[in-house]
Write a protein that binds this ligand. Sequence first.
Ligand SMILES: C[S@@+](CC[C@H](N)C(=O)[O-])C[C@H]1O[C@@H](n2cnc3c(N)ncnc32)[C@H](O)[C@@H]1O
Length: 218
Amino acid sequence: MPLDPEFAAALEKYQMEIDESVAERLQQYVQVMWRWNEQLNLTRHTTWDLFVSRDLRDCLQLAPLIQAGEEVLDLGSGNGVPGIPLAILRSDIEVSLAESVAKRAQALSEIINEIGIPVAVYAARGEDILEDFRFSSVVSRAVGSITKFCRWVEPHWVNIDRLLLIKGPKWVDERAEARHLGMLGNLDLRRVAAYPLGDDADSEGVILQIMTKTMANR
Ligand SMILES: C[S@@+](CC[C@H](N)C(=O)[O-])C[C@H]1O[C@@H](n2cnc3c(N)ncnc32)[C@H](O)[C@@H]1O
């Protein structure tokens, strides 16, 4: 399927070079997801410009941080970001999605079936899944504060190597709150990516890596 000219123009505008076959798969995901968005509230990013400058940009920053063979859980997947684009960009990793709202989880399963990628969907709260399954990386965007994630994950560090959280500029306040509440005492938090968001040169996106100090010192 040829690329929608608006998608191609947005990729060029934001200087993202992506293999044609990967771009076609991404386009298919977005088109199917936008169709579901008419019934369910999945995303407000309903133009190619917004998809590329916000969603795809985050996923392209996240993708190189994952190592080949990793088992990754996208916690609070909603519309599928970052999990689905990540699975499309990186066929050498295993991606699962956790979504607690049943209708959204069902839509995610249908989207995945339609585009034909091997991604598992759990219609459940991510922190509950971590009781029974192991993932090397838990990735997430726009689901909860650093404090919330630390609380969710605290009983399950044995089942996760690290969290990779995609955050906007408020991450500094969130880190201060988590520190104030003593949530980061045994944890190592690092900013592993920083990049401009959208057209606004002053607005920065970041990816935070959080792991236990024991794991960080290995
Ligand atoms: C604001 S949306 C973000 C969706 C997507 N990650 C993004 O960045 O566009 C948050 C989603 O996380 C889901 N959610 C919230 N807490 C969750 C949890 N503990 N486990 C699984 N899903 C959760 C919500 O139902 C919602 O669909």
